[in-house]
Design a protein around this ligand. Sequence first.
Ligand code: SF4
Length: 234
Amino acid sequence: MLRQKNILKKLDLLYPHVACALDFDGVFQLLVATILSAQCTDKRVNMVTPMLFAKFGTVEKMAGARVSEIENIIRSTGFYHNKAKNILGAARMIVKKFDGEVPGTMEEILTLPGVARKTANVVLSVGFGIQEGIAVDTHVMRLAQRLGLSREKTPEKIEKDLIKIVTRKKWGEFSLQLIQHGRLVCAARSPQCETCKLKLLCPSAGLFKKKVSQKRKTVRSSNTLGVKLHAKKR
Ligand code: SF4
């Protein structure tokens, strides 16, 4: 428990001013950008949204777009058929069912096409300042596991563990802090444990390096074996 508290304190010191990295103007644009960010980097999303929002920057304009028009603009973000369909569906539903305003409750926002819990948490926290949960994306998931904050494997279960550790008013900020640390220091394939400011609190510190050198040893010894066998045959 003390270790967990110290991790939170350290994150506050390391990342005191975190903000959502997506570019948007208003809650509807935030929703669209967050849908686009699934399986895609925020940087890439920020490259396509200026053109998308120049054409369809309001919910009414988006609701009147053709799916192919959206697809053409967002193609480079991946999964663009589904994303375009969901963005269009969400815009039309917002116009029809919610008087043109993105709904501000978890229950309602989850009824929009393409909106799962992670997107809903981002929109509620960043767009409305409402802390309903902790957005668990791929960075948050990896960091929570490596830092020993959760042993779970699914975003939903990890979120439940994190909610118990972090005070409610900090849920949004905490998610952004883990994302930032994941991007800058604890990358999926090459965590920089040696220089990581959390290494004394992290049960995974150095483990990645050990695994890599173990793999190398295994490859080396199997190579040697292969050479020996080959030599015997000859
Ligand atoms: S010590 Fe290594 S595994 Fe732990 S948070 Fe830092 S970079 Fe990630």
